[in-house]
Design a protein around this ligand. Structure first.
Ligand code: C2E
Ligand code: MG
Ligand code: MG
Ligand code: MG
Length: 276
């Protein structure tokens, strides 16, 4: 009996498992659905000048406005989106939404306002990024903006023919490159040169050390020194209090970003505050 029973049992289990997994949407399908429904939306956070704290630009941060789970932070879905190969269209959607929102009001933007978008390492192998950047820049022809692509130092971009071509074309377009989370990863001098970097964003973990113990202060001092010596434009992220702000001003860090100046917010709120 067992000769018939066990194969039959495992067949039933197999069918059951197939039925269950076949019904639940795969992450890929779920991302596709969310993309079609435009659930990936931009939040904007101001970036201010160090000396007089005026809004000189913003960083665009992705949020997932999920129908049942509410607003989901990027750390919870970006890695999965990258794995599913959907980060490119998701980023494109973000860029389209931002330029769409500003289309009728480009003259309300301060001169040379910059928009920073976060780009995954995998995205740097996709030449369609050039077209997306061109479309973005073209939308602001009447009052040119600066487009900045933020590449995190946590992910290593392996240079090859594709990245060489991509960065050359981006450069020709006038796109700026920022190294995000500077101090936490593996960018070397050669790396900074290969990608013709313009900005360094000092990671918020270092900014958080300002004003604490002697060792931490020493570390921050060194990161800022190194960044300054590279002669790139510096942005400090995660600025939360006046002590940090004053320290960064003293150390001639050109730009600051953090809750002290404004949290990431929906585009409408950002535009209201910008013109207030
Ligand atoms: P990031 O690019 O380093 O962005 C800065 C993060 O710090 C944001 O978190 C921002 O909300 C947060 N932040 C800003 N000011 C402060 C502050 O004063 N204190 C503290 N504690 N945090 C502050 P968020 O929005 O959760 O994004 C997390 C990360 O997700 C980003 O880090 C970026 O690496 C990634 N990310 C966000 N949007 C995108 C996207 O469109 N594409 C890709 N590939 N990655 C994205
Ligand atoms: Mg960033
Ligand atoms: Mg960062
Ligand atoms: Mg970060």
């Amino acid at each position: 009996i067992s000769i018939i029973f066990y194969p039959l049992l495992s067949l039933l289990f197999g069918l059951g498992a197939f039925w269950l997994t076949g019904r639940a949407a795969s992450p890929q399908q779920e991302f596709r659905r969310a993309l079609d429904k435009q659930e990936f939306i931009p939040y904007l956070q101001p970036v201010v000048t160090g000396d007089d704290a005026h809004w000189s630009g913003c960083e665009v941060l992705m949020r997932w406005q999920h129908p049942r789970q509410g607003m989901i932070a990027p750390d919870r879905f970006i890695p999965m989106a990258e794995e599913c190969g959907l980060i490119v269209p998701m980023t494109r959607s973000l860029m389209q939404q931002v330029r769409g929102q500003f289309a009728g009001r480009v003259h309300t933007l301060p001169k040379g306002f910059h928009f920073g978008f976060n780009i995954s390492a995998g995205h740097c192998k996709d030449l369609s990024l050039v077209e997306d950047c061109r479309d973005f820049i073209d939308a602001f022809k009447a009052n040119p903006i600066k487009l900045v692509l933020e590449l995190t130092e946590r992910e290593l971009i392996v240079a090859d023919e594709t990245t060489d071509r991509l960065f050359a074309e981006l450069h020709a377009l006038g796109v700026f490159i920022a190294i995000d989370d500077f101090g936490t990863g593996h960018s070397s001098l050669a790396y900074l040169q290969a990608f013709q970097v313009d900005f360094l964003k000092i990671d918020k973990s270092f900014v958080g050390m300002i004003g604490s113990d002697a060792l931490s202060s020493h570390i921050v001092e060194n990161v800022i020194d190194l960044a300054t010596r590279l002669e790139l434009q510096l942005v400090a992220e995660g600025v939360e209090n006046e002590v940090q702000a004053a320290y960064l001003r003293e150390h001639k860090v050109a730009f600051q970003q953090g809750y002290l100046y404004g949290r990431p917010m929906p585009m409408k709120a950002f535009i209201e505050q910008l013109s207030a």
